[in-house]
Ligand binder design. Structure first.
Ligand code: HEC
Ligand code: HEC
Ligand code: HEC
Ligand code: HEC
Ligand code: HEC
Ligand code: HEC
Ligand code: HEC
Length: 393
């Protein structure tokens, strides 16, 4: 037995080197393909070489999956969405049809197919809702219907006409600034305050990738490839050395609503930049910010934030499980609040209080900005989020 294994070794070693060599060659050619964002950016697939655990767990992360191109006919299979029909009224319906080359939304008026489009891109990681878009020349247009994941229901897209099938709303760069890593665009007209934009189609980097949050990393990669023994990160912003507002703004660039105006494109926001000192940025001034996407404004209105050094990372582990259980979240509260008296609570409430601080102090709220119209109905389903204003409600 032992002898046999000894003999086999050279062959295994040979195979191992052979495979490593061909991987190395593949990686070299891959690296020559520039990242669309410019030479300072490393090829997005290089990070896994040295940060294997993070890169692997990240594949399941909501940030990574928040937008996807649906290249192949079966790319919607794993999303678990159903075919179906959305009824505006007796005459007007939208069919959702899964065909061999993709997922279609079809406008039927009096049973006649008047228009159909195939979903080319999906927004949403599958937590609450999907929005679909299709390429119309070099423009990206939103499809009439959204899909609600928890209830498996097709609904009219928020803000769309309630009696009409609408294929006419363009997806603009602003959506992609929060839901992707990059896209190159140009304004083709801005008449009547209506922005008309075109994209360079193959410049889209869907999903939020490592360099979207950590900044350009080509130099970092080159240095560490050349110095494999170096254990201290070089040419890379160190998160733990950032000030609190810099840390929070690294998240707030996408988590403080759509009215944020940046002097530079949000795509190039990097650790160390701050948004609050840019002109036209308004921070919390006592109004009641909508729960949709405004976690920063809400959080900084909390006493917890004002009277401690808490930041988003106190409760959210960005690479790991982004949305753990309420009991796990509650442990971060107890980290600062060991001895709460809760004199006003009865026995039953006190027993909940041990495991779940969230439902009472960060209750769910319906967004005032968006809601979803149901099929054959004028009823609107609310879009529900938690408030990040931690308080006594
Ligand atoms: C050739 C190896 C190598 C590659 C490739 C690489 N890194 Fe690193 N990186 C390191 C080493 C070594 C460290 C320091 C030890 C550590 O924190 O893991 C590091 C640390 C980091 C840190 C932590 C900085 C800190 O100290 O807070 C970040 C962030 C980072 N890398 C991002 C990236 C990104 C993004 C990519 C892909 C574009 C990448 N790295 C590719 C070797 C590499
Ligand atoms: C949504 C923003 C975001 C994205 C996307 C992101 N990171 Fe991070 N990363 C952070 C934050 C925040 C920290 C510091 C706190 C922490 O560890 O969670 C960090 C810390 C790190 C560190 C140092 C600490 C550690 O955990 O070892 C490395 C290395 C790193 N990131 C690599 C990566 C790589 C590789 C990717 C892509 C696969 C990636 N990051 C994607 C936000 C992000
Ligand atoms: C480039 C924009 C961007 C940045 C930067 C960003 N986020 Fe997000 N984040 C999003 C979007 C978009 C979603 C919605 C994902 C989805 O479900 O499609 C999201 C979702 C989340 C969620 C909910 C995840 C879930 O599984 O439901 C948490 C928590 C979160 N982000 C925290 C953070 C934190 C903490 C940071 C900073 C370290 C950060 N984000 C930085 C865009 C961003
Ligand atoms: C300022 C950043 C920002 C912009 C701009 C933005 N979103 Fe979002 N979006 C988010 C964040 C953050 C979430 C996570 C949930 C929340 O906070 O409401 C989200 C959630 C979503 C979801 C639900 C994902 C889920 O399952 O939780 C969809 C779908 C979506 N956005 C589509 C769009 C579309 C389409 C546009 C453009 C019309 C757009 N978003 C513009 C930040 C943004
Ligand atoms: C980093 C420390 C820290 C964390 C983590 C933290 N808090 Fe606080 N919180 C404080 C401080 C400091 C105050 C102000 C002094 C006080 O009331 O104890 C406060 C105040 C409060 C108050 C009183 C608010 C008011 O308006 O009077 C409530 C309720 C509260 N926290 C609940 C929570 C809950 C629930 C969590 C978890 C979701 C949490 N806190 C996480 C530090 C923290
Ligand atoms: C004190 C703890 C705490 C802090 C600090 C915190 N969050 Fe959260 N976050 C939560 C809890 C709890 C939830 C709700 C989880 C659930 O319902 O499953 C949540 C949910 C979210 C979601 C998902 C949307 C939703 O409403 O379910 C996003 C996005 C998010 N947080 C972003 C952020 C960002 C960005 C920051 C920093 C500005 C931040 N959070 C700071 C505790 C925190
Ligand atoms: C059933 C709802 C409920 C739950 C669950 C709950 N609280 Fe409270 N909390 C309240 C109410 C109501 C008050 C104000 C009256 C009082 O103190 O009894 C309060 C007050 C507080 C205060 C401010 C008063 C003080 O003593 O500093 C803090 C801090 C706090 N809660 C933290 C927590 C934490 C941490 C958890 C989870 C371990 C939690 N709460 C769970 C309802 C709740």
């Amino acid at each position: 037995m032992l002898k046999k294994q000894g003999k086999r070794k050279p062959l295994i070693t040979f195979l191992f080197f052979g495979i490593s060599l061909s991987i190395a060659i593949m990686q070299c050619t891959e690296q020559q393909i520039a990242d669309m964002r410019g030479k300072q950016y490393a090829h997005r697939e290089t990070c896994v070489q040295c940060h294997q655990d993070i890169a692997k767990s990240y594949l399941h992360n909501a940030h990574f999956n928040t937008s996807k191109e649906l290249y192949t006919p079966h790319s919607t299979d794993s999303m678990g969405i159903d075919s179906g029909t959305f009824v505006f009224n007796e005459k007007t319906k939208v069919g959702i049809e899964s065909r061999s080359n993709g997922l279609y939304q079809v406008a039927y008026v009096n049973e006649k197919n008047l228009k159909e489009e195939r979903a080319d891109i999906v927004f949403g990681a599958g937590k609450s809702a999907y929005t679909f878009a299709f390429w119309y020349g070099n423009k990206l247009m939103q499809m009439p219907l959204n899909y609600l994941v928890p209830s498996h229901e097709w609904v009219n897209s928020p803000g769309f006409p309630s009696e009409q099938i609408y294929f006419g709303r363009a997806i603009i760069t602003r959506c992609l600034e929060c839901h992707s890593s990059f896209v190159q665009s140009r304004i083709i007209s801005s008449a009547n305050f209506q922005l008309e934009e075109e994209f360079v189609k193959n410049s889209l980097i869907a999903g939020i990738d490592c360099q979207r949050c950590h900044g350009p990393a080509a130099e970092h990669v080159q240095f560490h490839q050349a110095h494999p023994k170096e254990k201290e990160a070089r040419y890379m912003a160190k998160y733990r050395e950032l000030s609190r507002s810099q840390k929070v703004d690294m998240c707030a660039v996408c988590h403080s609503g759509i009215n944020l105006k940046m002097s530079n494109s949000a795509f190039f926001f990097k650790p160390g930049d701050t948004i609050s000192n840019l002109p036209e940025y308004t921070s919390y001034t006592g109004e009641d910010p909508d729960v949709h996407g405004k976690q920063k404004q809400l959080l900084i209105a909390s006493k917890c934030y004002q009277l401690s050094s808490l930041d988003c990372g106190t409760c959210h582990k960005t690479h790991g499980e982004l949305a753990p259980t309420l009991a796990t979240y509650s442990q971060s509260c107890v980290g600062c609040h060991q001895e709460v008296q809760h004199a006003s609570l009865d026995k039953q409430a006190l027993s909940i209080a041990k495991e779940n601080c969230i439902d009472c102090h960060m209750p769910v709220r319906a967004s005032k900005d968006i809601g979803f119209q149901r099929s054959a109905s004028k009823e609107k389903l609310p879009y529900i989020q938690r408030t990040h204003r931690i308080a006594i409600y």
